[in-house]
Design a protein around this ligand. Sequence first.
Ligand code: FMN
Length: 213
Amino acid sequence: MDKKCLITYTSFTGNTEKVALKFKVTFENQGWQCDIFKVRKNADDILRPPFDVRQYDFLCVGSGLRAHLPYNEILNMLRGLIWGFDPRITLGFRDESIPYINEPVPKLTKDPRESHRKIVLGPDSPKAVVFITYGGYEFGAKEAVPAMQLLALEIEHMGFQCIGQFCCPGKYLNDPTPMAFHGDIRDRPNEKDLLKAQMFIEEKLEEIAERKR
Ligand SMILES: Cc1cc2nc3c(=O)[nH]c(=O)nc-3n(C[C@H](O)[C@H](O)[C@H](O)COP(=O)(O)O)c2cc1C
């Protein structure tokens, strides 16, 4: 069995990074080769990420939440990978752009009809999971669900079948927030969250090993 995994994530305050690093150690302990790529804030390497996603058997994509959504950096990198052209072209369809990238937006040379084909995912598709850390002050984990679903949909556009979604709270305000859904989350993700992250990956790897038997 091929065992090559890529973990790519955005983390502005380090919470999602803790989960990403726990995932990496867990894959390696299970005998996988695991590359990791952090998408930095306001960096233009999203236009040319230093990996070929098709070389991986397993993909993990993660982010923190801002205003209910994953960070634009990871979404834009995925948009580029999905369509194979500059993500600012796709953003242009929504009258949006990436303000910190100065190089000119290329013209769309591809026929859009070529980009749209039915995708059928099956047992032989490479697998993926998504992960989110969130504050969840109002509704708890429910606040992470739309973001996880969005990331899952994006990676399925890349031909990876999403077989799991993981989320846990991540420190937001430097305040005990006693009225918030989870109460004080200033130490999250904590050891227990990270143990859950480890078990999540271990279970997914068992699942795919069983499917191959
Ligand atoms: C400006 C800002 C906006 C945020 N918006 C949300 C939000 O809409 N929903 C939520 O659950 N958490 C929200 N959070 C909390 C972060 O998602 C949480 O702290 C997360 O763990 C940060 O991940 P990171 O450290 O990997 O960047 C917000 C945090 C900041 C700083």
